[in-house]
Design a protein around this ligand. Structure first.
Ligand code: NAP
Length: 256
């Protein structure tokens, strides 16, 4: 069996940052689509438990796991925890991410840039490595699907805003391309969803809570996106309809 979407068994999908924002919307949507879920969080325990309850009410078995993705030892513990709980893993959504503070490139704080690269690049890479080792059919796995949540910034470069973040998302795009080709023959599909500006708390954390409204005039649809609109693209990539889709980047950016 190389396509988990075609299996009789329920998909088991790990979503990083599943407690709020886009990750929570992805969790709700994949629960509705029949996935069992492992949801990670770093600090907002109440919110991830609320999302987990909603997913359970939709029929999913859900495990909640705490991990700071800046700590690579905690990252390496995640896939083993999923295997301990569910006995298998068929999906990974590398969703959790941080932008760093919005500002000019010459004002970038070195430590913050390192944190952005750890959370947005190294953690997803290690998770993909650990997950694929259990998904690949040539290693006894049942196949699998990985979706990396990138950003339109990977292509724009985000000048005067957050160049290190844009760099991190370009690296994630390169990982999608490489892994899609390296593991296509062993049942693992790897794709990217690239949101444009979306209504979540990420903008307040970056120091610009009104960014969605400020950017709206420059978005062809004249509005920022909603998390459920990003989740729909992720759900497609996990579905049987996407069985021949790997290495793709779906932009969900209102026309940008
Ligand atoms: P968000 O609302 O700020 O949520 C961030 C999530 O990441 C939270 O679940 C948070 O966990 C988790 N997280 C942050 N730092 C972490 C760390 N060090 N270790 C573990 N988990 C950590 O963000 P979002 O807007 O939903 O963004 C989700 C993804 O979409 C990100 O990769 C982001 O780059 C991408 N994206 C967002 C936009 C946008 O406009 N919103 C646009 C393009 C791309 P806690 O809840 O425990 O804090």
């Amino acid at each position: 069996m190389t396509d988990p979407a075609a299996s009789d068994r329920r998909p088991v999908t790990l979503i990083t940052g599943g407690g709020r924002g886009i990750g929570a919307a992805i969790a709700r949507r994949l629960a509705a689509d029949g996935h069992d879920l492992a949801l990670t969080y770093r600090v907002r325990a109440d919110e991830v438990r609320q999302v987990a309850e909603e997913c359970c009410a939709a029929g999913s078995e859900v495990a909640v796991m705490r991990a700071d993705l800046a700590d690579l030892a905690q990252v390496r513990a995640l896939v083993p925890s999923v295997l301990d709980h569910f006995g298998r893993i068929t999906g990974l959504v590398n969703n959790a991410g941080i932008t760093g503070t919005i500002g000019e490139f010459l004002d970038v704080d070195d430590d913050e840039a390192e944190l952005v690269l750890d959370v947005n690049v190294l953690a997803p890479m290690l998770l993909a490595k650990d997950a694929i080792a259990h998904m690949a059919t040539d290693r006894g796995g049942e196949g699998g699907c990985i979706v990396n949540i990138s950003s339109g910034a990977a292509v724009s470069g985000a000048p005067h805003t957050y160049v290190p973040y844009a760099m991190s998302k370009a690296a994630l795009n390169a990982m999608t391309t490489g892994l899609a080709k390296e593991f296509a023959a062993v049942g693992v599909r790897v794709n990217t969803v690239s949101p444009g500006t979306t209504h979540t708390e990420i903008h307040a954390d970056a120091g610009r809570p009104n960014a969605p409204e400020e950017r709206a005039p420059n978005i062809p649809m004249r509005r920022a996106g909603e998390p459920h609109e990003i989740a729909g693209a992720v759900a497609y990539l996990f579905s049987a309809d996407a069985s021949y889709t790997t290495g793709a980047d779906i932009r969900v950016a209102g026309g940008n």
